[in-house]
Design a protein around this ligand. Structure first.
Ligand SMILES: NC(=O)c1ccc[n+]([C@@H]2O[C@H](COP(=O)([O-])OP(=O)(O)OC[C@H]3O[C@@H](n4cnc5c(N)ncnc54)[C@H](OP(=O)(O)O)[C@@H]3O)[C@@H](O)[C@H]2O)c1
Length: 279
């Protein structure tokens, strides 16, 4: 990938500007879907302990013959592992399944634990200290969070020795979480967009169709470009080579500030229904 296709995290680590999402890439086709994505040119893979596909991701990387140093690999610690020891064990298991001795990025998946929700801040901070330890040992090149809103980040930022480099949030036309995105960006976190296509629900919006026609692109490409215009890193998932390639082909056009503004301020109803405080 060329220089302009990377973001740089505040610790200097470079991260490809688009990643391949792997949620629900789990059945017996998972390995071949992942190999296809690598062969299509993806060099940034987003998985999670909870997705149950880390072994397939590890196998696909080996099968595709991609040099580990050319790949940016992210996984996440599930909310059942929000303690120092459980987070350590979760990351060890991820490393083993992914068949690697380091991760480029590790995230705490959600702020709320499965039990003891009132103690969420303590639990998050305890798990965070495990991530910091592994960061210091260079097992993790970057550390961050996912689904953390400003009121989850604030206590973490106070207690942390190393502040998060990334927050992965649901972001797409129809759910842009402007307040959370602005807060993260003001604190130096890179925002990643999960469900950047709104799981296709966003794609038949008339304004997206109009933009697609204007730029000779598809509505999906407009969604992904929209994330880039906001300095946000999209993580589209696809099971087809043609759509994987389409989703990578977003670096040869730009949206105008007026178009971005219209997409940012469109009615906000198209979300997945998962809220960090209640999920
Ligand atoms: N941190 C979190 O809590 C969290 C939560 C959810 C997701 N994520 C991450 O974000 C990634 C992406 O989110 P997502 O999988 O929920 O949704 P998404 O990427 O917004 O949408 C995926 C859907 O869009 C379709 N699609 C892909 N490219 C397309 C194109 N060019 N044109 C038309 N349809 C297209 C896919 O179908 P085909 O497969 O048939 O192509 C699939 O049905 C996940 O895989 C995961 O890595 C993180």
């Amino acid at each position: 990938m060329q220089e302009q296709e990377y973001y740089t995290l505040y610790n200097g680590v470079k991260i490809p500007k688009i990643g391949f999402g792997t949620y629900k890439v789990t059945d017996d086709t998972a390995e071949s879907v992942l190999c296809t994505a690598l062969l299509a040119g993806y060099r940034h893979i987003d998985t999670a302990r909870m997705y149950g596909n880390e072994t397939q991701v590890g196998n696909a990387i080996r099968t595709a013959g991609i040099d580990r140093k050319d790949l940016f690999l992210t996984t996440k610690v599930w909310r059942s592992a929000l303690s120092y020891d459980d987070a350590m064990r979760s990351i060890e298991a991820s490393l083993q399944d992914l068949q690697t001795d380091y991760l480029d990025l590790c995230l705490l998946h959600w702020p709320m634990p499965e039990v003891d929700r009132d103690a969420w801040a303590e639990k998050v901070i305890s798990a965070w200290h495990a991530m910091e330890k592994l960061y210091e040992q260079k097992v993790l090149r970057a550390i961050g969070v996912s689904n953390f809103l400003p009121h989850h980040l604030m206590p973490l930022m106070v207690a942390a020795n190393i502040t998060p480099m990334v927050d992965q949030l649901e972001f797409h036309p129809g759910y842009t979480q402007s307040y959370a995105v602005s807060y993260c960006q003001s604190q130096g976190l890179l925002v990643e967009a999960w469900s950047p296509l709104g799981r296709t629900k966003a794609l038949d919006d008339p304004f997206l169709l109009e933009l697609a026609q204007k730029y000779g692109k598809t509505p999906a490409q407009i969604c992904l470009r929209f994330a880039l215009e906001q300095h946000i890193l999209p993580l589209p998932k696809s099971s087809s080579l043609q759509r994987m390639q389409e989703n990578l082909d977003i670096f040869d056009f730009s949206l105008t500030p007026e178009e971005v503004s219209r997409l940012m301020t469109a009615p906000q109803g198209q979300w997945s229904g998962h809220h960090p405080d209640t999920f």
